[in-house]
Design a protein around this ligand. Sequence first.
Ligand code: SF4
Length: 350
Amino acid sequence: MLGIQNFFSYPLEDLKQYLVGLGKEKFRAQQLYKWVYEKRVQDIDSMTNLSKNFREDLKQILSFDLPKPKQVLDSVDGTRKFLFESEGLTFETVLIPANDRLTICLSSEVGCNMACRFCYTGKQKLRRRLSTAEIVGQFVVASDSLKNESRRITNIVFMGMGEPLDNSDNVFNAIDIITNEFGYNLSRRKITVSTSGLVPQMPRIWESRVRLAVSLNASNDEIRDYVMPINKRYPLKDLLAACKEYTQQTKDRVTFEYVLLKGVTDRNEDAVRLNQLLKHIPCKINLIPFNEHPGTEFHRPSDESIERFHQKMMSYGYQTIVRKTMGRDIYAACGQLTSVYEGRPERMSL
Ligand code: SF4
């Protein structure tokens, strides 16, 4: 006997096996998925098509515990940030509205060992990898917060706290749950997993048929070694070979994220080298003007130099966008997420 298990940690097939192992019928798993993910009911007594006896048994078998939103902050631009608490640790999730989309940015770890120099999360060593239930839970709680609004989550990006491929079993289990046809039934093509470059784990992205984003942020190994220490283990040559493999396996383009750091990655020579690096890889480029956080050594480039870099990459023929900075006032923008600590600022005046 395993004791009470968290429902949100079970992909459908695993839930079937778990229930069958306890002498229950297999189809119960599907019924539970429909109640919880489709009808958004988590109270066992309200699951009226389940027999009373089964409902009583369920209480001894499954819990429906979700991470608790300790704080929900709304930005002036419509971005919403959740600070969750689970088993004594805190982590953040962000809802980002844009035109006809509502994207959720999920966290996969508390803290992160990759130590990218431009990232607030990276200043915090890895405390713990989030469980499948904690990852799915971020999605469920954020979805439920929209119950009385006319919008729903359309896209997922794993770009919050942590390196998703450093916690790949739980991340891909969560993806299986959220995309299940009896769950939220979200298309895998609407899910993007972003990596700093854990090359050996990258095949999981194309095997799982989700989209790949690579946090590139440098135009040669020297700069990348400095801004992203993971590069010393898996240098650009290996990373870009894996990107190429992705495009061949999926016929999809890679999205390269490129943080513009004043005087470090935003110079003309960087654009020239970036073109050399990427010209044989079907891709698009998202330029991310650096978002400040307390204690950082980097600066955001001026609007003119951001635009100059943008135009240069476009002139090479790349589809390039400058990522609109969302939620910066509540520290919800890219690279700004973190856990609670003493003196942690809540809002920034822009
Ligand atoms: S950018 Fe991503 S991988 Fe790098 S330290 Fe931050 S959370 Fe970790």
